[in-house]
Design a protein around this ligand. Structure first.
Ligand code: CKX
Length: 650
């Protein structure tokens, strides 16, 4: 049904709410002078619209637009020129949030690569406040948002919020419509990186340079957000401890002038500290600290007043804790913490990468059962609700930007596992890639900076790091990232085998070093396990000889294991082999004091592209894709329950 919409718009909105940095700004970010300028900026993030998580109270309202949307593939890329923004010609229904792939019953639809569209009608109440926004938790991988036929936002990157100001475009007390052009192709300047093949039929097949299915669509919640004319746009907090007391330094950023007051409430909603002004300190006596797996959350209440009367309020749960890397130790609240946990994916049957509270709840219960205390958001920032749950449950998060696949190989696990050199940063696409990379670090930190669970930022997964080009590239990424976090949390990245102690030129940039190692799987697997241990220890001895005096964390190690396979003696892919491999790895980890954490690959089996090394996905899960334990889950439970939180600490 083709509905050509009549345009009812008051006026064209402020072109597009682009999150992209202007070229001059970027050029300058790479020059030292401007980095200094940026450091001095009042607000570190160049964000057009607030990315605060949507809430409803007396002054602001967030209405969920989740549910059934309309959807259409656009394989000829004609939707933009044929004005599909005014109404899709022949849409089908499509649930949001969810990836589109696993609803379909044909391979060509499941594996679709190219342009596609979403559309939905929504009602804006008569009583809408002065500012109206559409807020998408993410749109994968790039989008142009049209409201009532007018372009209101463009966004590159599939794992961070897209916020469109539609104030000048919507009709209040009436039905409006939103249409979104989306594209899920990959190339060497997108994050994540990849390419595509075109078949003789003209059909595009995406070729990720990474090992997870290229799930796409509107995979996170969508809100209609209504805000007052003068509103709270953002806030940031940082903490210092002084004996039993704590100081919470805060900054509040508003649109429009007004007086700001800030209160801190304890878990019983009792006032414990207050301050006035856009910047200040809250002094908390006998502070309850946010502890690992023993979280205590306060509520920060920010009120914006005009002429003495409140016009906006924002409240959020925050946790008081400090993070420090001291020598080879990771300190939370000054105490050493050994990381136990998982690399994860947002991945589940039917939903694909769509956020679902029930799946997240089960994941946390399984992780708690094993006595884990940490996970890495491999290989992209997750839906915000994951971080809220981690805050509540006392989990630590290494928050990772989608910089994965920076190695020219569609079987990068094989190349990365064996240490084969694949050059990457020599190409003309690099300036565009760098621009996207820095922009996404900026957006990730802007979104996640206030979560107590986030204790470190991972700026890449398994790129090529041995060339002068790579060194130059990552130096710029780290320099930009160092200016952005109000809490100056540690920066790191996950290194594959080729990033060896004598070859890697980038580990020097990291505050702690994350290794992804597969001795006994990709290297000397099966009957050669004893040789794998010799090689593993030889590499670790080389790192030890460098006396780097920083913590090392294993962010990946594991074996593909079929939940159906048992074999004595063990062979690769059997449950027994997974356990033997783990025993060897644990003995290596336990031999080096500077190894301060182990995040196994992966929490659960997950979907990947098809291939001769993948049996309906990657099977390195400690749990199945349906979240039932393999034998190895009991191994981890036994080990982690026996390791104290400060294992290898003071
Ligand atoms: N690391 C040697 C990145 C993950 C993959 C994992 C694997 C590789 C291993 C690289 O995204 O899934 O092959 O299992």
């Amino acid at each position: 049904m083709y509905r050509k919409r009549k345009q009812v718009i008051r006026k064209q909105s402020s072109a597009s709410q682009m999150f992209f940095l202007k070229d001059e700004q970027l050029r300058s970010i790479f020059g030292k002078q401007t980095i200094d300028t940026i450091k001095k900026r009042e607000h570190r993030y160049i964000m057009k619209n607030s990315v605060l998580y949507p809430i409803t109270n007396r002054y602001r309202m967030a209405l969920s637009l989740d549910g059934m949307w309309q959807f259409q593939f656009d394989p000829k890329s004609c939707g933009l020129s044929e004005n599909w923004k005014d109404g899709l010609p022949s849409p089908i229904s499509m649930p949001v949030p969810a990836s589109f792939s696993d609803f379909f019953t044909t391979g060509s639809e499941r594996d679709y690569c190219g342009d596609f569209w979403y559309q939905k009608d929504f009602f804006v109440p008569e009583t809408a406040q002065s500012k109206v926004q559409l807020r998408f938790g993410s749109i994968t991988h790039r989008a142009i948002v049209f409201c009532n036929g007018i372009e209101v936002a463009r966004h590159e990157g599939g794992f961070l919020p897209v916020v469109a100001d539609v104030t000048d475009v919507v009709r209040c007390g009436a039905v409006n419509w939103v249409c979104i052009w989306v594209n899920n192709d990959l190339n060497e300047s997108t994050l994540p990186c990849g390419t595509h093949n075109v078949l003789s039929s003209g059909r595009k097949i995406v070729k990720p340079y990474f090992d997870f299915f290229n799930y796409s669509g509107i995979q996170r919640s969508v809100y209609l957000v209504m805000l007052p004319a003068e509103s709270i746009q953002d806030y940031e907090v940082s903490y210092t401890l002084d004996g039993a007391d704590a100081q919470v330094d805060y900054k509040v950023f508003c649109e429009g002038a007004g007086e700001i007051s800030v209160q801190l409430l304890d878990a019983e909603n009792k006032l414990v500290a207050e301050a006035n002004g856009a910047e200040g300190a809250l002094c908390v006596q006998n502070a309850h600290l946010w502890q690992v797996r023993n979280a205590y959350l306060y509520t920060i209440v920010i009120v914006l007043k005009k002429d003495g009367l409140p016009v906006d309020e924002y409240r959020e749960r925050i946790g008081i804790r400090t993070v420090e890397i001291r020598g080879t130790k990771i300190l939370i609240n000054g105490k050493s913490v050994y990381l136990k946990g998982f690399g994860k994916h947002e991945d589940f049957d039917i939903l694909g990468r769509g956020f679902n509270w029930a799946v997240a709840k089960r994941d946390f219960e399984c992780m708690k059962w094993t006595d884990a205390n940490c996970f890495r958001t491999s290989h992209y920032p997750y839906a915000e609700e994951w971080y809220q749950m981690a805050d509540e449950e006392g989990f630590l998060i290494i928050d990772e930007v989608p910089a994965v696949g920076m190695m020219r190989s569609t079987h990068n696990f094989a190349a990365a596992g064996t240490g084969q050199y694949t050059y990457f940063f020599e190409t003309p696409t690099v300036p565009e890639l760098l621009k996207n990379h820095i922009q996404q670090v900026k957006e990730m930190m802007a979104r996640d900076k206030n979560h107590p669970s986030v204790f470190a930022w991972s700026l890449f997964n398994e790129p090529e790091t041995t060339s002068e080009y790579a060194k130059d590239y990552f130096t710029k990424v780290f320099e930009a990232a160092r200016t952005l976090d109000p809490q100056n949390r540690p920066l790191t990245g996950a290194f594959e085998k080729n990033s060896a102690p004598d070859k890697c030129r980038c580990y020097q940039l990291c505050d702690f070093i994350c290794l992804n190692r597969y001795y006994g799987w990709y290297i000397s697997g099966g009957a050669e396990m004893e040789e794998a241990e010799v090689k593993f220890r030889a590499e670790m001895d080389k790192w030890a000889a460098k006396k780097l005096n920083v913590p090392f964390v294993f962010t990946e190690f594991g074996t593909d294991t079929l939940a159906t396979e048992h074999k004595l003696p063990a062979i690769m892919w059997s449950q027994e082999y997974q356990n033997e491999y783990l025993a060897m790895n644990f003995s290596v980890f336990d031999s080096y004091d500077f190894v301060q954490g182990e995040l196994v690959w992966n929490f659960a089996d997950f979907q990947t592209s098809e291939g001769v090394m993948r049996v309906n996905g990657n099977k390195k899960g400690i749990f199945t894709r349906q979240r039932q334990p393999k034998d190895a889950a009991f191994t981890f439970k036994r080990r982690w329950e026996s390791l104290p939180l400060n294992y290898k600490g003071e």
